[in-house]
Design a protein around this ligand. Sequence first.
Ligand code: 4AD
Length: 496
Amino acid sequence: MRFLPTAARLGHSLNTRCIQNFAYSTLAPPIVETLQNPPPSNSLITVNGHIKSLRYSKNVGFIDISDGSSSKTLNVVFLSPDKVLERNRFKVGQSLSVTGRWIESRGKQAYEVQYNLDNPEHQIKIMGDVPEDYPIQKKTHSLQFLRTLPTLRHRTSTLASILRFRSKVESHLTDFFNHNHFVKVTPPLITSSDCEGAGEQFQVESLKKVSSKGDEFFGKPANLTVSTQLHLEVLAQSLNRVWTLTPCFRAEDSNTNRHLSEFWMLEVEVCYIDRLQQLTALTEAMVRHVVKAMRSDKASFFDLTEARFNKDEAARINERWETVLSPEAWPSMTYSEAVEIINKVKCKGRSKGRMEWGDSISTEQEKWLAGEYFKSPVFVTDYPAEQKPFYMPPSSEGVLVSGKPTVSCFDLIMPDIGELVGGSMRQSDHNKLLEEMKRREMNTAEIDWYLSTRLNGSVPHGGFGMGFERLIAYLGAMENIKDVTAFPRASGLCEC
Ligand code: 4AD
């Protein structure tokens, strides 16, 4: 009996799942699908994937196949290894298509594929060969070494599982925003404005000069976006609640394990709010939702943790998820209170370094505050105005330290990684916004399109941006965000 794909076996008719069914009925089932819906024992089945490992004795041979759809591999078992290996020169890394008998296994896994050389229906086809020095072998490779293999590293269990995890997290975030009536929007990535005003933009120019437009393709300087916030603010005024997940680009020359030149930012903008606490509550609910959803999806949790050879890492994932899901609401304090704690409290006999009011809280201090002092994600609010961009309004009364202007903003600080989210209320009053821009000696003409929103039915609003790679690195217990993005870009790093 030949194994039919799921939809055909279940006899699905056209219904709301018809697109999914169509895919299943025409595409070769991936290993994850075969394992989740195993065909009947003894049916004929075809599996495709790369050889992960290969071993044989005198009487029997085993090939472990992985197609990247699951951290689980499929075992192909064959008798008469001398004859099989005479016909096929198997090597780790080759891509194979194997047709054989699906049987219950006597080994660790529930099922295996039995290939019988003498059965004319059975087949092994090497679809793609590899060179003798194929670098990914069955042993632990350091993540640093794997970064030197930009086109192959995703074939390792850990990095493949992180990309699957990333995909799941995105879909849980989509559920969260759909459920809460947010519209997913698509702001531009090429812009003539510098949202954060930090001068970290990459400029966009055409290689071909377009004479009709003068020297510049867009007729003015254009850059890759550092944050889509300004455009999201425009869209929120029309749609009430919006969100997006897009690449952002920053020419920061800091080659750290938490900075990329091209990273993905999840950004949110909400209208008709007047308190910062509404934004921090939304942020907390969003991150908690992702972890709860991942927790209840046992298969995905298993997929992520099973792919780690080091069991301490699997434990760390669990620990971090528990930290996020703590029964108490995450603590929140102002910048001034955080400075006081950092200056007063000693940790293991050592102070976390003296700070003057107005200094930036360093990454090390952030990690200490969240990881050691509170042992929880922490919101720090109301930073000094001079540390933040032009669009943030003054803090609400009651949090002002006399004579020291602060703004209505927050950072979400996580244990181990520091800042994950940055957000604020937005100045919605035209004159106040203009005044602040002039105080900062900004070119107001360049951003008049943004200012104009404050003259056309402006509404109170606010929002935030979350570094997506930082979220994945934290929840997936990865040290370096270069390992949670498929093709990392950083200063001096753009290999392909
Ligand atoms: O705090 P940031 O700079 O905030 C903004 O850009 C706001 N305009 C967002 C908004 O309110 N819509 O960046 C937001 C987050 C940071 O907290 C950090 O997690 C991440 O983006 N981030 C980076 N991630 C990786 N590599 C970099 N170079 C990053 N720079 C910021």
